[in-house]
Design a protein around this ligand. Structure first.
Ligand code: GLU
Length: 434
């Protein structure tokens, strides 16, 4: 029997109002821009234009559930700015998704692509849902329903999504397939982060973490820190966090003493073995309960006395309430927006070296761009070539941020903004937008 459920668990909060417990990341994004604009003396029209997304699409999706009922989901696709090239950015499936989160994330993508000097703009998508409670078949129907609605504003030359929080290469494959049906031909270049067999790129899987690791190496060299044997903690154990665990050990010889996920964290001062923790997470669905470690909270993990802290989960976890207690020398932001502007000031004054999200997690979109290029070309690179090209891009972007920080006497995030905003403003000026 088929029936309609009007208020379903996955759409319990009003999608247009942010939940009261959350900070508004879009206000954070606007505030960060305002600060950079003041220093750069940005043209007021360009500034106002960049404070808002150029376009956004709100969609309502009826999805048939396994029990025969129809559940209604809400989703978004936001295109912040495409002056430098087509919009680019992931799609998140998360129960706390809001339009304001997606707006912030789309805005950050504009700065990220500009900072890395990639010929793309900024976009982001989101669906309010809890994928952990859904079957594979339900997730597939939701993914296809989303593309049927949002597909009209996507395209390899318009807007190219990718994976993000709780979306995977499997989901990208369904989405590429649905879009290809809508077009009447294979359009694998419409989405990145696809499985290798469907036009994915070698090296895309761990690209976000790898890019961050290259940045940590640059930052450590700048401040004279020896990374071999140095301790690190990682908050979040999704694609970015778990790959960071592996690569911090393999590429930097660091000792990972704590990791966590949404259920809690684990701690072992002698170091956590990547393979063993990964296998435990695969088996139980969480890092918690790992036998060779003691329990630690997510909050406790952030305050550990480590050389490098990787926030690799969600936004707004380092705030004015805990910033003073953060003891890490380097914060490598693999998550988007983990540090609030208030916390930024506190940490800057304490001398903490932040590698801002715009740079630190840009390895993902950089290899996504490589994937688009390979899709257009119909020719695929070896993993080693992808790694070498990524390393070059990350180092160049790190240098331009670092030099700008020195020139303007500002912290790294503000410097990254100044580089990115000036590139976007230049493109808009040349196009005659202001
Ligand atoms: N979702 C990732 C990010 O926030 C990757 C985006 C992409 O590859 O387009 O950067």
């Amino acid at each position: 029997m088929t029936h309609i459920t009007a208020s379903a668990p996955c759409s319990m909060h009003d999608p247009f109002v942010k939940s009261p417990s959350q900070r508004d990341p879009f206000k954070t994004a606007q505030k960060q821009l305002d600060e950079a604009a003041a220093i750069m003396k940005l043209d007021p029209a360009a500034h106002e234009l960049l404070r808002w997304p150029l376009r956004e699409l709100h969609v309502t999706l009826p999805v048939r559930m396994d029990n025969g009922s129809t559940r209604i989901f809400h989703g978004f696709r936001v295109q912040h700015n495409d002056s430098r090239g087509p919009n680019k950015g992931g799609i998140r499936f998360h129960p706390d998704e809001t339009i304001d989160t997606v707006r912030a994330l789309a805005t950050w993508m504009t700065w990220k692509t500009a900072l890395l000097d990639i010929p793309l703009g900024g976009g982001k998508g989101g669906v309010i849902c809890d994928p952990k409670t859904m079957s594979d078949a339900e997730l597939e129907r939701l993914s296809r329903a989303y593309i049927r609605q949002v597909g009209r504003i996507l395209g390899p030359d318009k807007d190219i999504p990718a994976p993000d929080v709780y979306t995977t290469p499997r989901i990208m494959a369904w989405m590429a397939d649905e879009y290809s049906f809508m077009q009447g031909n294979n359009e694998f270049g419409v989405i990145t982060g696809k499985p290798l067999a469907l036009g994915g790129s070698a090296g895309r899987g761990d690209a976000t973490a790898r890019g961050g690791i290259y940045c940590v190496r640059e930052a450590a060299a700048e401040i004279g820190m020896n990374l071999a044997g140095a301790e690190t903690a990682i908050q979040g154990y999704g694609n970015a966090g778990s790959s960071a665990h592996k690569l911090a050990v393999e590429l930097l010889c660091m000792k990972v003493i704590a990791v966590s996920d949404s259920k809690g964290g684990i701690y072992n001062p002698d170091g956590l073995d990547y393979k063993a923790v990964h296998a435990h997470k695969q088996k139980t669905g969480s890092v918690t309960g790992f036998s060779e470690a003691t329990a630690i909270t997510n909050e406790g993990l952030l305050e550990l006395d480590v050389a490098v802290l990787f926030p690799a989960a969600l936004e707004s976890v380092i705030t004015e309430t805990n910033a003073a207690n953060i003891r890490a020398k380097i914060i490598a932001e693999l998550a988007n927006g983990p540090t609030t502007p208030e916390a930024d000031t506190i940490l800057y004054n304490k001398g903490t070296h932040i590698i801002p999200d715009l740079l630190c997690n840009a390895g993902g979109v950089t290899v996504s761009w490589f994937e688009m290029v390979q899709n257009a070309y119909g020719y695929y690179w070896e993993k080693e070539e992808v790694h070498a090209r990524l390393e070059k891009k990350m180092k160049t972007a790190f240098r331009s941020m670092y030099e700008t920080a020195g020139k303007y006497h500002v912290h790294n995030r503000l410097a990254a903004y100044i580089v990115a905003v000036s590139r976007v403003a230049e493109a808009m000026k040349l196009r005659g937008w202001f």
